[in-house]
Design a protein around this ligand. Structure first.
Ligand code: AMP
Length: 176
């Protein structure tokens, strides 16, 4: 079973992805963490990733496809995976998760997202970068959501509730 969790930064998608992965006994792949760990390496690829992240821009979609494809080919993902943070572009959606069973979109108003992010304090969480990431996010994610909806795998979840409320709402839609 392959599940993807999408949502603006601050929507709690990493928390929910972890809960869901534990619940289903599947590994989780957090694309943001995965890219941040590569960004720490001094390699040319690492530098390219770090620069895009610091600007609040998506890392090159083809580079991400390449990196994720080799990661997902590993044995540990054989039974399935909960992917946190992909697909972010239409090209990624079509390339990477053609066999995705469910996509959960955690829906959250921007002002709530900004409040939550201001409290987080990650290196790429400066005010300007937050605003830019959210604006870019909505621009990019629209076609991705339309695509997942058209193939019948999209579930939109209200992410404004508590962690438990949001998780219960995800669980109730797993089997549908
Ligand atoms: P996140 O951890 O989801 O907040 O993502 C942090 C940053 O990682 C984003 O601003 C992007 O630069 C990069 N990123 C995360 N997921 C992707 C993806 N699927 N494709 C390209 N870049 C990504």
């Amino acid at each position: 079973m392959n599940i993807a969790i999408l949502g603006p930064q601050g929507s709690g998608k990493s928390t929910q992805a972890k809960l869901l992965a534990d619940f289903l006994g599947l590994p989780m792949l957090d694309v943001g963490d995965f890219l941040r760990s590569l960004a720490k390496e001094g390699s040319a690829v690492g530098k390219k990733i770090k620069a895009a992240m610091a600007r609040g821009e998506l890392v090159d979609e083809n580079l991400v496809i390449h990196l994720l494809s080799s990661e997902l080919a590993k044995d540990k993902y054989k039974m399935g995976v909960v992917i946190d943070g992909a697909a972010r572009t239409l090209v990624q959606a079509k390339e990477l998760v053609g066999s995705v069973d469910k996509v959960f979109y955690l829906d959250l108003p921007d002002d709530v997202a900004k409040d939550r992010l201001a409290k987080r304090g990650r290196f790429d969480d400066t005010k300007d970068v937050i605003e830019k990431r959210l604006a870019n996010y909505h621009k990019e994610v629209g076609p991705v959501l339309d695509y997942f909806k058209s193939i019948g795998v999209l579930e939109t979840i209200d992410a404004q509730g508590s962690v438990d409320e949001v998780f219960n709402s995800i669980k109730s839609r797993i089997a549908r």
